[in-house]
Design a protein around this ligand. Structure first.
Ligand code: HEM
Length: 167
């Protein structure tokens, strides 16, 4: 049974951070990948949806093309910023997740770039279902693994090996 009272527990909590305490310029420059990845992810899925809708309503086609190009552009930036942030995971227990995230990130970028060019040709329409399926799966898988990296408990690789040995 803990001897700490709720009042003591509340007192030991850290002081709330105020917006005025934050150096906004420094914060914007930190973890750029985490801020940026929402764009290729959301825009890529939106482009897929618009391409499917364009079968029934052709007016969706031009927005779909533009959105796919924007997704590929931000995807390229996501890969560059991701490469800059991977070092911290290199010697951690999450190294394998990081490597799979990297591979699926590169694959997503490959699909985004290929689609951005191919969509201007008539043959793309025949393969839209396959493309959309692959694209959606790849983006969701990449995002899921990225979320694991960002929100899992990070520990040095030796500690996690010791823990496994003691099970
Ligand atoms: C289109 C490509 C990519 C997408 C959509 C993507 C998506 C994501 C997402 C959603 C997160 C979690 C962000 C958060 O919850 O704040 C993440 C984290 C991360 N990604 Fe990516 N990623 C991509 C490519 C890459 C590549 C090529 C690498 C290279 C290794 C990479 C390295 C990382 C790292 C190191 C983190 C963890 C950052 C941290 O919290 O310290 N990503 N990514």
């Amino acid at each position: 049974m803990s001897k700490i009272t709720p009042e003591q527990a509340i007192q030991s909590l850290p002081e709330p951070t105020h917006l005025s305490d934050i150096n906004l310029w420094e914060s914007i420059q930190e973890h750029v990948h985490n801020k940026l990845v929402h764009f290729p992810f959301a825009l890529g899925l939106l482009a897929c949806l618009f391409w499917l809708l364009s079968f029934k309503q052709p007016e969706f086609q031009n927005p779909a093309k533009l959105i796919l190009v924007l997704s590929a552009t931000t995807g390229l930036l996501a890969v560059i910023t991701g490469e800059n942030q991977k070092q911290v995971f290199q010697d951690s227990s999450l190294v394998e997740i990081m490597q799979w995230h990297e591979r699926s990130g590169f694959f997503s970028l490959f699909l985004l770039l290929t689609g951005s060019v191919w969509q201007w040709f008539q043959s793309f329409r025949k393969f839209i279902w396959v493309y959309v399926g692959l694209m959606a799966f790849s983006l969701l898988f990449t995002g899921f693994l990225g979320g694991l990296l960002s929100h899992s408990h990070l520990e040095p690789v030796n500690e996690s090996q010791n823990q496994q040995a003691s099970f």
